[in-house]
Ligand binder design. Structure first.
Ligand code: UDP
Ligand code: MN
Length: 278
């Protein structure tokens, strides 16, 4: 296996859903995500890239059939790491639209790029650990590199930007090396971390429909865009459904759905859920 990765077992197929977990909070998210993937009836591997997270938090992921791949954070330099440290990044590029939870470490996001080292797979789809796959979406493995959905959650102006919580990729050590060479250049500051980097690295990114990465704020900010029957991936960007927060009341039906996936009981068919009031 490539340098910086250590898998707990071999690949089963040539396609994989990949997520990232660098602390116990995101392991909580990943468990719900993996359960949603299993319930979707996917035929692809489930891969969790993880850093040094305690075994007790990884065991529930393993129990759902995930292949665990331990990764090092990227070998970025001291200046790069200081520029992307949580306090420094928040001071230089404040988040004004929502709140990042205290357990979110911006520098850790870049470890997503390690999925390009999973060359045992022909195609992969990355999913943030704060997402749920609401119906079978294996069709995404037939999409080319690099596809992502727009970062829409407030207005049509958002269509100019992409969101890196869901994207399609083709693992390649050459691509990974080219990324490392572009990433940590003198003075580099990627204000939205991997998202800004990927948007720059793939300026001609292909657009996925918003339903492949439906951001939770759309529920209250753009309710006319909401369609439970069309949503493939629901994404809890900013505040997380497993932590209490000041938007929880406005997002209650979404949080209830997440909790159903996070539990062990039945989950409702999302296609039958009532939409937001307008
Ligand atoms: N992540 C992680 N640890 C961190 C920060 C991020 O494991 O400290 C991973 C996790 O998979 C997470 C993703 O990177 O879902 C991106 O972060 P997040 O979803 O919190 O960002 P947002 O969607 O709010 O922009
Ligand atoms: Mn996310």
């Amino acid at each position: 296996m490539a340098e910086g990765l250590l898998a707990d077992g071999p690949a089963q197929g040539d396609r994989a859903w990949v997520t990232l977990v660098t602390n116990p909070d995101y392991a909580t998210g990943a468990r719900a995500l993996l359960r949603s993937l299993v319930l979707s009836g996917t035929g692809a591997d489930l891969v969790v890239l993880h850093t040094d997270v305690a075994a007790e938090h990884l065991a529930p992921l393993k129990a759902l059939g995930a292949r665990l791949v331990q990764v090092d954070l990227l070998p970025t330099g001291a200046e790069f790491n200081a520029a992307h440290a949580r306090d420094a990044l928040h001071a230089r590029a404040a988040f004004t639209k929502g709140t990042k939870p205290p357990f979110h470490t911006p520098l850790d996001n870049f470890a997503k790029l390690r999925l390009w080292q999973l060359t045992e797979y022909r195609a992969v789809v990355f999913l943030d650990a704060d997402t749920l796959v609401l119906r079978n979406s294996d069709v995404l493995f037939d999409y080319p590199e690099f596809c992502a959905a727009p970062n829409v959650y407030e207005s049509v102006a958002d269509f100019h930007r992409m969101n890196s919580g869901v994207f399609t990729a083709r693992p390649s050590e050459a691509t990974f090396a080219a990324m490392l060479a572009r990433l940590d250049v003198p003075g580099a500051f990627w204000r939205r971390t991997d998202q800004t980097f990927l948007e720059t690295f793939f300026p001609d990114w292909h657009g996925l429909p918003v339903f492949c990465n439906m951001l939770q704020y759309v529920w209250f900010a753009m309710p006319e865009l909401w369609d439970w029957r069309a949503i493939r991936v629901l994404h809890f960007q900013y505040e997380k459904p497993w932590a209490d927060h000041d938007k929880a009341d406005r997002l209650r039906p979404l949080i209830d759905l997440w909790r159903a996936y996070a539990g062990d009981g039945p989950v409702p068919d999302a296609a039958g859920l009532p939409g937001p009031s307008r």
